[in-house]
Ligand binder design. Structure first.
Ligand code: ADP
Length: 159
């Protein structure tokens, strides 16, 4: 069984994330989307909300599941029989940090990291940009799954 993880904070999940998850799901028997639940960043959505939105957005993919994780990603991989970490690379600017993380993780446990080049349609897309544009009333309907669009509208109405 070949199992991969797509890790991130997904605050919120975007179509760029989904594109990478879908492509990983075609390459591996199983893909786990692992949502970092640590409190280190200012989040718009709680871990539970982020996980629920991902579950809905990933429902069309039979071999994809969603889980929260804390602590080291390498421990999560070991505990779940995961051999590979799949990351999307948007631009060269992503590469420096991702390379460091990949090398660190490989040194910690031997887990491999595979980089998937972002679909050019989404190469400019990030969760933080989606939040910023949505907060100012911009249309992000082509950039996020419908469940996220609804949640953003709700959350921003509250603020
Ligand atoms: P972080 O937890 O580093 O804030 P995100 O939750 O935003 O990261 O994203 C998780 C991972 O998803 C990133 O490390 C990257 O591999 C991938 N990713 C993010 N945005 C895109 C995008 N627009 N296209 C492809 N992959 C992306």
């Amino acid at each position: 069984m070949r199992r991969a993880v797509c890790p991130g904070s997904f605050d919120p999940v975007t179509n760029g994330h989904i594109d990478i998850v879908q492509r990983a799901s075609a390459l591996f028997d199983e893909v786990v989307v692992a949502v970092g639940v640590n409190q280190s960043k200012n989040r718009l959505f709680t871990a539970e909300e982020r996980i629920d939105m991902l579950r809905e957005a990933c429902a069309p993919f039979d071999n994809v599941s969603v889980a929260g994780f804390t602590g080291l990603l390498t421990d999560f991989c070991a505990e779940n029989g995961i051999q590979a970490i799949v990351k999307g690379l948007r631009a060269v600017s992503d590469f420096d940090y991702e390379l460091q993380m990949a090398q660190m993780n490989n040194g910690l446990s031997g887990v491999e990291t595979l980089f998937v080049p972002t679909n050019p349609t989404y190469s400019f897309l990030s969760s933080s940009l989606v939040k910023e544009v949505a907060a100012w009333g911009g249309d992000v309907s082509h950039l996020v799954p419908p469940v996220v669009l609804e949640a953003l509208a709700e959350r921003l109405k509250e603020d």
